[in-house]
Write a protein of this length. Structure first.
Length: 225
């Protein structure tokens, strides 16, 4: 189990990613004690975050005493621990075998084989939505960094959008770019028999990040490669 990359200003990443045999198979989001884990009660940040994460196929939400396993937004399993999280200490115990079954189901998840085009579309669509949203969040973070004084040419996705507009689609909005990037990334992340779920959007290739076109056929003097 390992924590995700710190992107506190975005606030949409799961707290932990869980690896089994070297591959990320699920995610865990830890909430404060006593917070309701019923998505219908979420407001503000928690609601926006849930709308981002609900498409994941293997996701645990917990407030310490209640544990919920979700599969693409549907509640698959629920378990509770007995005791006050703040004071129970070693007396915090499982009520029944529900926690063991939830943990086993969570750790045993693996992508289902894809045997048809329709199934591929169904499985990849949530990944595409998640990746599109993550790209837009990254662009917003880079925009904030630029306004705070960061070098615009050092922002990889900002540069990639610029490339798209200069070389491909001059009127493309950030949303149009995110659509295209997500569709391409989602398609390339699949292979026969499985769908891989990335922890976060990958940065563009180093050559694209290092070399930004100011106009078709022109490069800034600092461009290399």
């Amino acid at each position: 189990m390992h924590g995700e990359a710190p992107l506190a200003e975005l606030g949409i990443r799961p707290d932990y990613a869980i690896r089994v045999d070297g591959a990320v198979t699920g995610y865990l989001e830890a909430k404060k004690p006593d917070l309701s884990l019923d998505p219908s009660t979420f407001r503000g940040h928690n609601k926006r975050q849930w709308e981002q994460l609900r498409d994941l196929p293997d996701l645990i939400y917990t407030n310490g005493t209640e544990w919920r396993l979700y599969r693409r937004g549907e509640l698959a399993s629920l378990a509770r621990l007995s005791g006050d999280l703040r004071t129970a200490g070693e007396r915090l115990v499982v009520v029944d075998d529900g926690f063991e079954r939830l943990a086993a189901d969570f750790l045993a998840w693996s992508p289902r084989p894809i045997t048809s085009v329709s199934q591929l579309v169904i499985d990849v669509a949530p990944l595409c939505r998640l990746l599109r949203s993550s790209v837009l969040d990254q662009l917003a973070a880079e925009s904030n960094a630029i306004r705070a004084g960061a070098d615009e040419w050092e922002q990889p996705f900002t540069g990639l959008v610029r490339d798209w507009r200069n070389l491909l689609l001059p009127t493309a909005s950030d949303e149009t770019f995110a659509d295209g990037y997500a569709q391409t990334g989602s398609a390339s992340s699949t292979r026969p028999g499985s769908v891989r779920w990335p922890a976060r959007p990958s940065a563009p290739p180093a050559t694209a990040a290092a070399c930004r076109w100011s106009a078709p056929g022109r490069r800034p003097a600092s461009c290399s490669g």
